[in-house]
Design a protein around this ligand. Structure first.
Ligand code: KG4
Ligand code: ZN
Length: 344
């Protein structure tokens, strides 16, 4: 079976083709991505209306490119999957509309996919895919969650952020330091030149006894430190503050992930979402998991941030298990707010 996946929930248009053979983990045939980061950078963040308009421009050429790269005819597509939510309503509608129109024209089913389920399952496309059950740390621009994953569609929420997401904490503090959007990768680069011990920043909820996160206090603490430095803050101070901010975020993520492993008795951790690309986070998790003999799985670096492959994959894995809610009448909706724990 061949599944076409369309991702358009935020500022990346992603299209991909995956193939299933029996019960085996699906394989990626081709994928293409257009990032809108350059376009939104001038505004310091994503402008939803511009995002929707750009998805409209990009989605068809990307789909053509993917079919050509995979040397696959349009008629060979068995299912068209799209991100149904969560995300920006207008942006989601572009992908859903395109997917349902294409599926209707082909007489094939359409299938709405949960964006975070895509992130969660994306390590299955890596060279070393995980086995169920596992603990998942989902760290994206909009979400920070720890989940227990027993199988596809069997997710238990263990803890989540009560305010800002980890990616948001990276982005907002980076913006304060004058770095361009999205700040996460830029802050991580700047942190390479800094000394994290130069600033003492809080680790919110580190010892809360539960698996919830909070990052908004960190933002305020960074602002306070920047004010103390004054208007002519030097480059070394900025690098030190970037390193200290990254260390604070990573400390909390590592501490809670390890606590989730301990509480569940599981020895397998999957890290997904854009912040999963962070090198410092990976190094710390690698070291801590090695200490307790836990296996650690990441998506390929290119599949950490939003992409179409994870959407096609999640659809394919649901179809393999008979857990897909097929949309056969092509009347579609999108769900901008959609808790992952609510789907089964
Ligand atoms: O998963 P994603 O692509 O989009 C959402 O679904 O939100 O995640 C984007 C987030 C942004 O906040 C971005 O700054 C962050 O991931 N990010 C990073 C790194 N690469 C991306 N944060 C820290 N270090 C990185 N290397
Ligand atoms: Zn995402």
């Amino acid at each position: 079976m061949i599944v076409l996946g369309i991702e358009s929930s935020c500022d990346e248009t992603g299209v991909a083709l995956v193939q299933t053979q029996g019960d085996a983990v699906p394989t990626l045939l081709a994928q293409a991505l257009h990032s809108q980061i350059d376009m939104h950078q001038a505004y310091g963040g994503v402008v939803p209306e511009l995002a929707s308009r750009d998805h409209i421009r990009r989605v068809l050429p990307l789909a053509r490119q993917v079919l050509a790269d995979a040397q696959t005819a349009l008629e060979a597509i068995d299912v068209v999957a799209y991100t149904r939510g969560p995300g920006l309503a207008g942006a989601l509608l572009v992908g859903a509309g395109f997917a349902c129109a294409l599926a209707a024209a082909l007489g094939k089913p359409a299938l709405g996919v949960h964006h975070l389920e895509g992130h969660l399952l994306s390590p299955f496309l890596s060279a070393d895919p995980p086995r169920f059950p596992f603990i998942a740390l989902l760290v994206s621009g909009g979400h920070t969650q720890l989940m227990r994953v027993d199988d596809v569609a069997r997710y238990t929420l263990l803890g989540e952020t009560i305010d800002d997401a980890a990616g948001e904490a990276f982005d907002k503090t980076a913006k304060m330091m004058g770095l361009p959007y999205p700040g996460g990768p830029g802050l991580a680069r700047l942190a390479e030149f800094g000394d994290a011990s130069a600033f003492d920043l809080p680790r919110p909820l580190l010892h809360s006894g539960n698996l919830d996160f909070s990052f908004s206090g960190l933002k305020t603490a960074v602002m306070t430190q920047l004010r103390k430095c004054g208007s002519n803050v030097c480059e070394q101070d900025k690098a030190n503050l970037a390193a200290a901010t990254q260390a604070a975020i990573v400390d909390v993520l590592v501490h809670k992930s390890l606590a989730a492993l301990r509480a569940s008795g599981l020895l397998r951790l999957v890290v997904a979402g854009g912040v999963g690309a962070n090198r410092h986070l990976r190094e710390r998790l690698n070291a801590q998991c090695a200490k307790i003999g836990a296996q650690l799985h990441y998506p390929e670096l290119a599949l950490c941030t939003d992409n179409g492959a994870m959407i096609a994959l999640a659809a394919a894995m649901r179809l393999q298990r008979g857990r897909a809610e097929i949309n056969r009448d092509y009347a579609f909706d999108v769900l901008p707010r959609w808790p992952l724990a609510s789907i089964s």
